[in-house]
Design a protein around this ligand. Structure first.
Ligand SMILES: [Mg+2]
Length: 413
């Protein structure tokens, strides 16, 4: 056995994550066929192994799923909850690894190290699976190998609730020989067809092929995969989570309106929700768009770039107001609105010491912080702008305190 300085790359992937996340907060769902439904409640976007066994496929409409699996329990997805669990999982992984990369909401790559002096990486894989299961309640599969591409192939082959470290080249070759090239992320369709005339069908065929041939067939990204399959990491583990491209808040009004005061109230409500989102992700908006959809099918759009990226209510409202004016069609009945923050910047956790903000800015920052603290303690919209008063009935309905229609870090399903 090799010594304690043994390191490799790990891949952790939650098993049917959305379903597992629902089971964390509702044990009733355990061992039952469960389907998670998308935004409109029409399509199954995730399913449990029990539901998969009944033949239900991802993306299938609920009416077809109900025929195949009438005893299934169908729940609506809640990305906010999935994000909460995703963050708990990555915290656990960080305790067992010196370097962790957020790859997607339920997948992380990490530098794998022994959990104790002289320990094996197989132990590491098992310890990580156990720690996430015990502390978060989500079943995961862990693969450890010489590169990230190999680690992912191993965890895919060990699902569900697997833990497997494969570092011995012979065991690695056996595994690669069993798997078709299409199981490698990034190889499908046209790339698969390019490899076929050269007899490259399995992952092992690709690993054993001439490197220059692979480069000529699949360009340099294919060559990187070749190196990875042969155990040489071509992509480093990046510990900083990439920023979202955009964050947005909004939706349907329920009741259409042509009243500019009500429209303005919606602008403010959606802005306050968007700011919550910016805070959650510790980002600042560099660009803001206001989109309004009208009953007659028309729409209006106003966009602006912020002079300085910000998450502050007063500055964003100042920017949003002229956007709404541009998006507004006089006399037309508006039905929905979306506010979109783009060109996101990371919020620097350190206070700016070089350029002390002027007094007015300090005051505004302090007000924003008090608002945040009060709402954290008393309730989500306990303290909000008076401009939202025309929407009294929306705030009176407590169901609107939950963002059922909001999507965090995902494109709408
Ligand atoms: Mg997964």
């Amino acid at each position: 056995m090799m010594g304690t300085d043994l390191t490799a790359i790990g891949h952790l992937d939650a098993d049917c994550f959305y379903v597992s996340a629902e089971r964390v907060r509702d044990p009733f769902l355990r061992d039952k066929p469960v389907g998670v439904l998308g935004n409109q409640g029409a399509c199954v976007i995730a399913k449990s192994y029990e539901m998969k066994a009944a033949g239900v496929k991802t993306g299938e409409p609920i009416w077809e799923a109900l025929v195949k699996c009438p005893d299934g329990v169908y729940v609506k997805r809640d990305f906010r909850w999935y994000e909460v669990l995703s963050r708990r999982m990555i915290e656990v992984v960080r305790e067992l690894s010196p370097r962790v990369e957020y790859y997607s909401i339920d997948e992380f790559f990490f530098v794998a190290v022994p959990v104790r002096r002289g320990g094996t990486l197989q132990e590491t894989a098992e310890a990580m699976r156990a720690a996430v299961w015990e502390r978060v309640g989500v079943p995961v599969t862990v693969g450890i190998a010489r590169s990230r591409t190999l680690a992912k192939l191993i965890s895919d082959s060990a699902k569900p609730f697997g833990a497997r470290a494969v570092l011995d080249p012979e065991a690695e070759a056996r595994l690669l020989a069993e798997r078709p090239v299409t199981e490698i992320t990034g190889i499908a369709g046209r790339r698969e067809r390019r490899l076929l005339p050269w007899g490259i069908r399995t992952c092992l065929d690709l690993a054993r092929a001439d490197r220059r041939l692979v480069r000529s067939l699949l360009t340099c990204s294919g060559e990187a995969l070749w190196w990875e399959l042969n155990g040489t990491p071509a992509t480093p583990i990046r510990p900083q989570r990439p920023l979202h491209k955009a964050l947005s808040r909004g939706g349907s009004f329920g009741e259409a309106t042509a009243d500019p005061v009500v429209l303005y109230a919606w602008l403010v409500r959606n802005l306050e929700r968007l700011i919550e989102e910016l805070h959650y992700h510790e980002t600042l908006a560099g660009r803001l768009s206001v989109w309004v959809g009208y009953k007659d099918g028309r729409f209006g759009l106003g966009q602006t770039r912020l002079v300085v990226p910000t998450d502050r209510f007063d500055l964003l409202l100042e920017a949003a107001r002229p956007c709404l004016r541009r998006a507004w069609i006089r006399g037309a009945s508006a039905q929905r609105m979306h506010l979109i923050a783009e060109e996101l910047h990371r919020r620097d956790p350190r206070p700016a010491s070089l350029f002390e903000p002027p007094e007015a800015d300090q005051r505004a920052e302090a007000v924003a912080q008090v608002k945040r603290q009060i709402n954290q303690r008393i309730g989500r919209f306990a303290l909000r702008s008076a401009a939202t008063l025309p929407l009294a009935s929306i705030y009176a309905d407590r169901a609107n305190g939950y963002d059922i229609c909001d999507v965090r870090g995902k494109i709408c399903f």
